[in-house]
Design a protein around this ligand. Structure first.
Ligand SMILES: NC(=O)c1ccc[n+]([C@@H]2O[C@H](COP(=O)([O-])OP(=O)(O)OC[C@H]3O[C@@H](n4cnc5c(N)ncnc54)[C@H](O)[C@@H]3O)[C@@H](O)[C@H]2O)c1
Length: 249
């Protein structure tokens, strides 16, 4: 029986690349996204690799929609082995004191509450089945301070906290929870963000020792390693994948 993974934000960027990478390992993929177009595109890509896949439309900031994607997965596949808790938005990149309360609520709602709801419902299913493996998507902004991303940074530091504390509570029950902290990676989200803030792209590349952005495939490789049994004794960790960026700050 194939392993089963839920990937949120699976319709684009890191989620799409990881869906494809896991499918190459023979993992069945449940793609969760607000975007039907992106979600269905990923389903077609992974089905072409010979695994089963369904798309479930959900806004992860709505807890009842999170419960629904978990329930539907269990109904269809009977279990959840892997969870890539990844859906997120960057926000506008404006200075914090120029941010609207609406924007603050939106970023926290999707990036932090969405991730918490996901872990809440997915871990419940995993623990009933003896355990499972979760990777949460943090960010460079989750391990260092950066300007123009105060709310985003707050949510991503929160992701690191969820990761460590879930292990403190449930590591003994067979749950592994890790996080990734990518630096700027060439996904549609980042391209859109840098188009709106071109001076930040030049600054970002200059500040990276390897002088380039990361690629979604590089991140997908790390997530696949962490999710699968290859990383069986890694738990509560946040792994930076940023060309040396945050370690040289
Ligand atoms: N790309 C980077 O440089 C970078 C760096 C660090 C962290 N991240 C994080 O990686 C994750 C993925 O980002 P990406 O770069 O692949 O972006 P992306 O925009 O390419 O993909 C994000 C996906 O999430 C979906 N999504 C957005 N809001 C949603 C919601 N409320 N409910 C369900 N789905 C939703 C979008 O439709 C999209 O398909 C995010 O959490 C982001 O913060 C990205």
């Amino acid at each position: 029986m194939n392993k089963v993974a839920i990937i949120t934000g699976g319709g684009s960027g890191l989620g799409q690349a990881t869906s494809v990478r896991l499918a190459k390992e023979g993992v069945d993929i449940v793609v969760v996204d607000v975007s039907e177009k992106g979600g269905n595109e990923t389903v077609e890509m992974v089905k072409a690799l010979g695994v089963e896949s369904i798309f479930i439309k959900a806004d992860v900031s709505k807890h009842e929609e999170v419960k629904n994607y978990v329930d539907q997965t269990v109904e269809r596949f009977g279990k959840i082995d892997y969870f890539f808790n990844n859906a997120g938005i960057s926000g506008s990149g404006s200075y914090f004191l120029d941010s609207s309360i609406e924007e603050i609520n939106q970023i926290v709602g999707i990036n932090l509450l969405g991730a918490l709801y996901g872990v809440r419902y997915v871990a419940e299913v995993m623990l009933k089945n003896g355990g499972g493996s979760i990777v949460n998507t943090a960010s460079s902004a989750g391990v260092i301070g950066q300007d123009s991303v105060v709310t985003y940074s707050a949510t991503k530091h929160g992701i690191v906290g969820i990761t460590k504390s879930m292990v403190a509570e449930y590591g003994k029950n067979g749950l592994r929870v890790n996080a990734i902290a990518p630096g700027p990676t060439e996904t549609p989200m980042v391209k859109a963000f840098y188009e709106a803030n071109p001076e930040m792209k030049a600054n970002a590349t200059n500040g990276i020792p390897q002088k380039r952005l990361g690629t979604p495939d590089e991140v997908a490789e790390l997530v696949t390693f962490l999710l699968t049994s290859k990383a069986e004794y890694i738990n509560g960790e946040t792994i930076r994948i940023d060309g040396g960026f945050t370690n040289t700050k």
